[in-house]
Design a protein around this ligand. Structure first.
Ligand code: 8YV
Length: 310
């Protein structure tokens, strides 16, 4: 029974994994073919985190593979249909990161509406003294916020926004029974009725470009987009076009269509706050995520079961 690491692991997980095991590491081509010839029959479990993930071809190359242990809540880099069809279990690291990611969302909302990063650049460039006060910005308190994807992270964001007296609405595929929050029947309807649209839905094929041009246009010139989920959920080209043309007031982004590439057109805009996918990146939370991933691995090695299957 061999453990195979795919891609680069987070330091927190790398440390816990190598303290307990001596995993194999999947090399890139051209060494990959030789490696698979030698080890493919021994690999029963993959440990990975984010990109490049695990596609159907890799699953096919590993006939004994029974589990994929993912570091991170999002499993969009894993072909879940292919895994299901082959009876391969997939685990993630839910819950332990929700508060930290929600904190990141609040930081982005505050920064995007109040322009703190832009104001910081203004001070550093000497423009305060040269040009006078920084322009007025928008209040977060009392604003109307729409959450696309009211799951664990979306709910943690809503909890925080209640402290800012926000009017919160959400869209999920189905309304949540007994939720005190207003339900919008579609992403367009949600976007049309809020000042800030926060994307907190899972990535993957089902949500690809859920926030399309129509949704962004519904959000409109006074509206802000905040995305802490996955870049794939938003039509990034349409987002850039609208931001550049004044069709949106601003955006706060932690995730992008093709990470770690961030289009230069976004970096040139002063009304956009850009983070390098740091939603869950605190020492405490990354360590907790690594611990959940390790619990899944150890349980699989002992009993063949996963603790937090998706
Ligand atoms: C990680 C994340 O950065 O949990 C997720 O889905 O996006 C982040 O916490 C990612 O999993 C890559 O390690």
């Amino acid at each position: 029974m061999a453990i195979l690491v795919v891609g680069r692991l987070e330091p927190a997980l790398e440390q816990q994994l190598t303290a307990a095991h001596t995993p194999l590491r999947l090399p890139a081509a051209p060494e990959r073919a030789d490696f698979l010839r030698q080890h493919a029959d021994a690999v029963t479990v993959i440990v990975c985190g984010g990109r490049p993930g695990v596609d159907a071809a890799l699953m096919d190359a590993l006939p004994q593979l029974r589990a994929i242990v993912n570091f991170g809540a999002g499993v969009d880099a894993i072909d879940l249909n292919a895994a299901r069809a082959r009876g391969i279990g997939v685990s993630n690291t839910p819950d332990v990161l929700s508060d930290t990611v929600a904190d990141t969302a609040l930081g982005l909302i505050l920064d995007t509406l109040r322009g703190f990063a832009a104001a910081d650049r203004y001070v550093r460039a000497g423009r305060w003294a040269a040009q006078g006060p920084f322009p007025y910005t928008r209040d977060v308190t009392g604003s109307r916020v729409g959450i696309l994807g009211l799951g664990r992270i979306g709910s943690a964001i809503a909890t925080r926004l209640l402290g800012f007296d926000c009017a919160i609405a959400y869209h999920n595929r189905n309304a949540i029974p007994d939720s005190p929050l207003r339900y919008a029947a579609s992403p367009v309807e949600l976007a049309a009725s809020v000042d800030v649209l926060v994307v907190a839905t899972a990535g993957g094929p089902d949500s690809a470009h859920l926030v399309n041009r129509e949704v962004l246009e519904a959000l409109g010139p006074q509206g802000y987009l905040v995305n802490i989920a996955r870049g794939s959920v938003v039509d990034q080209d349409a987002l850039i076009e609208l931001l550049t043309a004044g069709g949106l007031a601003g955006a706060g982004l932690d995730v992008y269509a093709n990470e770690p590439t961030v289009p230069a057109a976004l970096a040139e805009l002063d009304n956009v706050v850009l983070l390098p996918h740091v939603g869950s990146a605190t020492a405490r939370t990354r360590t907790a995520m690594a611990t959940v991933a390790m619990r899944n691995l150890e349980e699989f090695l002992t009993s063949g079961q996963l603790v937090t299957p998706v």
